[in-house]
Design a protein around this ligand. Sequence first.
Ligand code: HDD
Length: 695
Amino acid sequence: MHIDEKSKDAQLAKDRSEPTGNFLTTDQGIRVEHTDDSLKVGARGPTLLEDFHFREKMTRFDHERIPERVVHARGSAAHGYFQPYESQAKYTRAKFLQDPKKKTPVFVRFSTVAGSRGSADTVRDVRGFAVKFYTEEGNFDLVGNNIPVFFIQDGIKFPDVVHAAKPEPHHEMPQAATAHDSFWDFVSLVPETLHMIMWTMSDRAIPRSYRMMQGFGVHTFRLVDDKNVARFVKFHWKPLLGTHSLVWDEAQKLAGKDPDFHRRDLFEAIEQGDFPEYELGFQIVEEADAQKLGVDLLDATKIIPEEVAPVIPVGKLTLDRNPTNFFAETEQVAFCVANIVPGIDFTDDPLMQARLFSYLDTQLTRLGGPNFAEIPINRPLAPVHNHQQDGFSRHTSNVGRANYFPNSLGGGCPFLASQQQGGFVHTPEQVSGQKLRARPESFKDHYSQAALFFRSLSAPEQEHLIDACRFELGKVETRAIQERVLEHFAKIDALLVSAVAEGLGLPAPKATPVTPKGPPASKALSMEAMKLMTPPSIKTRKVAALVADGVDADELMAVRKELEAQGAQLKVIAKRLGTVKASNGKDVAVDKSAMTTTSVEYDAVFIPGGAASVATLKKDGESRHFVQEAYLHCKTVGASKDADDVLKACEITPTAPGVVSGSIAGNGAALATAFAQAIAKHRHWDRKDHDRVPA
Ligand code: HDD
């Protein structure tokens, strides 16, 4: 069967409804003549029950909502395709991984976990990274997160951890936040959460963009080749734009100023042709080597450090199309860990095993019955034939009378497929043991990898993590919970426990940190270390230029030219929309009025010269706040030599790290180049006065 990157779109197109050039009709196809007044006896009279158009319109409206996802309710999605770099036949017989020319259509949904559907995008949380591959052998769903480990080891604790994290049941607060007693109570009593806690308190939990975060399959899966040889695998997604985060003060402000920040960023980037790209990678472990790793591969609270098993690049995911309709696609898409194709298999990870049950089960309620695989976004491209039937909202009309297997009345059809014909064969595995509820000894170390993570971070990243713990635990009202968490932190790291204890005004328990097994630090855990390993880029970054009448348009253009040449965008911001009059008499178009935008929506700020413009900006409180806020969030600030007065008014020294002033770099092209280089560093943590950041 031929599938290419356009196949899913062609299938979806059959269900699209195009209003252009068509009459308004009822659901029964009756053309509507009037839709602004209900049918009444006289213009001021009672409404008639026979008004079928009113009744249908109102009934349909009343039933528009479906239950939101019990977790990951808030999300955004995009279409795209996956293409392997080369055949992966040596690891797997999965057909979508055999041919470097083959492009498999995908649908990817990113999400937060704890918040409800209308919550803000930039809250501190794990991000979901769920990929549906529409392969010729059926759908493969890789339902991952942007963090490679999980809070718990056994899925039976999932309702507990989610209840603890969600708003508390008596008053339903707080929304989309773990900074409350019940969550930390759970953490303090369940130390297997601690490794994941290190990740969620780190900058990873406040990504700059869905386009700039990693994804992980989390569990150990199996890849199976055509000789039925199985190997363990961990799936990784690495964003080609690098992994970047916000700062906490910025994330909190964005939650109010643009709660759709990540959704908008993804949507706009795709509309502009800046297609997000991620590299799929495999960490492979031969079954015979599993015992030598020092961690149990079935324990989802552990990683395999990349120093121990490198990530092998496998192929690229490109997101190149926004959904046509949010509800039809993003809301109704149903991912399921159990959706795998021949060549991929499960393991006995007890978290994964629970997930194999939960997804289909939750979707029965959320999508109103068992036929949700027929919803266009969920429908496989591979043909579906079986004896499943009936139930709410059945679309398929099965032909014939033989709705059972085996049958002779239907000629034995649909028939079974051997492995050679693409039939799914579970990897044979010897299993025996006592029936019991227990955790293996090999799951019992909860501190080593928490310590490995903390110690692998750069000093600024550690500082952010400590601040996050101070914030979250600072909101906890029960002292005993804070104290219990500190007891755990004492087993992770001396700096961590002392700094957090100090912030909470509690005595630090004596530090007894564990020694991480395996490498003492792992580079791939630190975003700062990873940044040094990837080529610097400002692609798709957004830069604000603050201007007023009298601006030097040539300087503005020189910077715009350089930024755009490197794939970034410059937005001109002034007091009012319309245009400002440049010093050369020309009009400069304004993209945003200062009232409708804010520094937290940009990656850097530029102040061009022009005496009158500079004089206005340095006196204007809103403009000064814009520059200062960007500076305090450690973003690059660029200023023409003639705009040093604005820096001065903002108490910024032109020699501070990440400040690019024309008085030092020289104006024009030199300034533009230096400015772009500084933006490529993302943030300048070495600013000594950054402790002025509010919150
Ligand atoms: Fe889950 C949704 C990822 C553990 C039960 N999960 C959901 C989504 C993602 C993840 C990305 C949203 C999919 C979408 O966009 O529609 N979940 C994970 C990861 C986990 C994990 C990476 C740990 C490795 N989840 C987990 C456990 C259970 C669930 C242990 C239950 C035993 N997850 C669900 C669910 C959801 C879900 C209740 C809610 C909505 C849905 O499935 O369709 O079944």
